[in-house]
Design a protein. Structure first.
Length: 409
């Protein structure tokens, strides 16, 4: 495949997850009212997708190592499209939660195979660059999508917003069927054997480079998920923003994320992966603590949340580009399994956040503290990992070899 085809494919595959989570957020309050449910149940439509997304990766990763990336991707996208159409017609909240969980399985195949394809085709440092290019495309999708979904929800209800998810899935499936070529050179016939699988997982989860980058991607997503799960209720219901204004704030966050992917490529060339991650830690801490400080100072205004969050989104673009390449870097033959385990850890953190946010927001009443203080706390955790574990263990194998050669010469 040409570099342009790889970049477009990555943008679509990695973009499927934020499309499935972000695009219907402006419609959540409408969904809650139309189906006669409460905030916690409405948030479970997001939590169910995240849980299935995490568990599905543990299955899709070994399947992709055994049978190749293309068949797993095509099957996963077909499941996603079917579930997306069914979700549009869901008669009640329980049915919607079930179909959203099935969507999560399809998204799992998309993200696991997308990351594994990068490791199939590129060495770790080049993989960071390629992933950041794909994530720039992802940011463009996230930039355009929320205002369109908000306008549809305002005009035709929350089901119209969910129809956008189905349309994006069909578009992605058609592109894969047309352009995707298999990238796995040598499938592993033993990848699905239980003993072999447990041995592979044990090898991966005890590798310090993997643990460093998996912790980084999970913690930065913990902060982002806190914002995604709580922001529509805080900014629309508590602070009175319109759905269109809220959707534009999501697009602004996508712009910050895009800036982070550009910054990642700029810093990578000059400072290496660890230096890039360290600079991302500064952005994350400024954004998260800035949001918490403004809230504690009594400045409860949408812009006091949205503007600091832009810095955090910028850091997220840096961390995801570096982290998703970093978790598969040491495992060229088990890239699917490594990608799956990293994704599972990320989703476990997000699910735990989602389970705790609903009760915290109910207890906090009409205050933004679960959102603002949660983002502040996650920024501290993320920056700490970026400045400690990644600096000690985060140099990819190829880069280490280059460094050693340079010292000898």
């Amino acid at each position: 495949m040409s570099p342009a085809t790889v970049a477009i494919t990555l943008a679509l595959l990695l973009g499927l997850q934020p499309v499935a989570t972000d695009l219907y957020l402006p419609a959540l309050p409408l969904l809650k009212a139309d189906l006669g449910t409460d905030m916690s149940a409405a948030q479970r439509t997001l939590a169910a997708l995240i849980l299935a997304f995490g568990l599905g990766q543990l299955l899709c990763g070994p399947l992709a190592d055994r049978y190749g990336r293309r068949p797993v991707l095509l099957g996963g996208l077909a499941v996603y499209c079917i579930a997306s159409v069914a979700a549009v017609a869901a008669p009640n909240i329980d049915a919607l939660i079930a179909w959203r969980a099935l969507q999560g399985l399809g998204v799992a195949a998309s993200v696991v195979c997308g990351r594994a394809m990068v490791r199939d085709l590129y060495e770790p440092r080049d993989g960071v660059r390629v992933l950041s290019q794909g994530m720039t495309g992802l940011a463009v999708i996230a930039l355009i999508g929320p205002p369109m979904a908000a306008a549809l929800a305002q005009a035709a209800g929350w089901r119209a917003a969910l129809a956008v998810l189905a349309g994006f899935g069909v578009l992605t499936l058609a592109w894969l069927a047309w352009r995707l070529r298999e990238t796995l050179a040598a499938p592993d016939p033993l990848a699905l054997q239980p003993a072999r699988l447990l041995q592979t997982w044990r090898h991966i989860v005890t590798h310090r480079t993997f643990l460093s980058y998996a912790a980084l991607t999970a913690s930065t997503y913990g902060g982002l998920y806190t914002y995604l799960a709580a922001s529509s209720f805080v900014l629309i219901e508590q602070m009175g923003w319109s759905r269109l204004a809220y959707s534009l704030s999501l697009s602004a966050g996508a712009t910050g994320y895009m800036a982070g992917t550009f910054g990642c490529r700029y810093w990578l060339h000059r400072h290496g992966i660890r230096g890039t991650v360290a600079r991302g830690g500064v952005l994350a801490l400024c954004g998260g603590l800035g949001c918490a400080a403004l809230s504690l100072a009594g400045l409860h205004h949408p812009l006091a949340i949205v503007l600091p969050q832009l810095l955090y989104a910028c850091a997220h673009g840096v961390f995801q580009s570096c982290g998703q390449a970093g978790v598969t870097g040491p495992f060229p033959r088990q890239a699917g399994a490594a990608s799956a385990l990293s994704g599972f850890i990320l989703c476990a953190v997000a699910f735990a956040v989602g389970q705790s946010l609903g009760p915290l927001m109910d207890a906090a009443g009409r205050t933004p503290y679960p959102l603002t203080l949660g983002l502040g706390a996650w920024s501290v955790v993320t920056a700490t990992i970026a400045w400690t574990a990644v600096q000690r263990h985060g140099e990819p194998p190829a880069a280490r070899a280059v460094t050693a050669t340079s010292r000898l010469s």
